[in-house]
Design a protein around this ligand. Structure first.
Ligand SMILES: NC(=O)c1ccc[n+]([C@@H]2O[C@H](COP(=O)([O-])OP(=O)(O)OC[C@H]3O[C@@H](n4cnc5c(N)ncnc54)[C@H](OP(=O)(O)O)[C@@H]3O)[C@@H](O)[C@H]2O)c1
Length: 253
């Protein structure tokens, strides 16, 4: 099943974690994927190599999001890569996945750290959507990665949860704005999902985190990537502006 043949996709922050799994999944079903990263070129090249090994197509693009000119720099690299491989700069699927967490007690969060969380997690996706829709043919897809923490309290992550609340607003309002072009905009909210964090190497920590899901395990990046791929596919054409819980039942309480 090649749901994404002749489609192009940009997955921000796809050098690692959920973004990498999403890039692999979209490319595995035929998409040409731009693997975006900020610092970890080796991990991004590894994602590209894995895709190519499986017969897929991908290229890496570097850009620091949250910094001035980040979205512009990303699109320069993206358009060059797309043009070279497809002859056009059409972008069919945008996955706003790159994000940073806080992990600081509410009393200790600095204004600088707050601003950075907002800039990377909320402001960058806004301007990436604004820029991407110029390249997006009718029927395109935007998927923004939110978090279960917009509905599940964690005082160490107030600013992060605020930024993800803002991300969910992108889906609501951009969905209405872009519906005349058949472009859908949706949010996906993962729960605790295994990424490269060393915490996932500590069995006791994993056990505690697993207990938060109704399924008694932590999420795998592929659990979330499959949901993103569904929303990116034609099967999801009738869904827009939605909040999609991909937390393994964490929000059931
Ligand atoms: N993992 C979870 O438990 C969980 C739960 C809920 C929601 N989420 C959300 O899911 C998304 C992916 O999370 P993850 O845990 O898979 O991430 P991750 O493993 O920490 O990877 C983060 C990715 O974002 C990129 N990135 C970070 N800061 C950036 C910046 N300023 N500019 C550009 N790229 C940047 C990183 O690039 P480099 O490799 O170059 O550093 C990397 O590709 C995030 O939005 C996160 O908030 C995750």
């Amino acid at each position: 099943m090649d749901r994404f043949t002749d489609k192009t996709a940009l997955v921000t922050g796809s050098s690692r974690g959920i973004g990498r799994a999403t890039a692999l999944r979209l490319a595995g079903e035929g998409a040409l994927v731009a693997v975006h990263y900020t610092e970890n070129a080796e991990a991004a090249e590894d994602t590209v190599a894995r895709i190519e090994k499986d017969g897929g197509r991908a290229f890496a693009v570097q850009a620091e999001l949250g910094a001035a000119g980040g979205a512009h720099a990303l699109f320069l690299g993206l358009e060059e890569g797309l043009k070279e491989r497809t002859g056009t700069t059409d972008l069919h699927i945008l996955v706003n996945n790159a994000g940073i967490m806080g992990g600081v007690a509410p009393e200790d969060l600095t204004a600088e750290a707050f601003d950075r969380i907002m800039a990377v997690n909320a402001k960058a996706p806004y301007f990436l959507i604004q820029r991407a829709v110029r390249n997006m043919p009718d029927g395109g897809r935007v998927i923004n990665i939110s978090s279960g923490l917009t509905r599940f309290a964690n005082p160490q992550e107030i600013a992060y949860a605020m930024s993800k609340g803002a991300v969910e607003q992108l889906a609501l309002h951009f969905a209405k704005h872009l519906a005349p072009r058949g472009i859908t905009v949706n949010s996906v909210a993962p729960g605790i999902t295994r990424n490269g964090n060393p915490l996932f190497d500590i069995p006791e920590a994993v056990e505690q985190m697993a207990a938060m899901s109704a399924f008694q395990r932590v999420g795998e990046p592929e659990d979330v990537a499959d949901v993103v791929a569904f929303l990116a596919s034609d099967d999801a054409r009738w869904i827009t502006g939605a909040f999609t819980d991909a937390s393994g039942g964490t929000l059931l309480g």
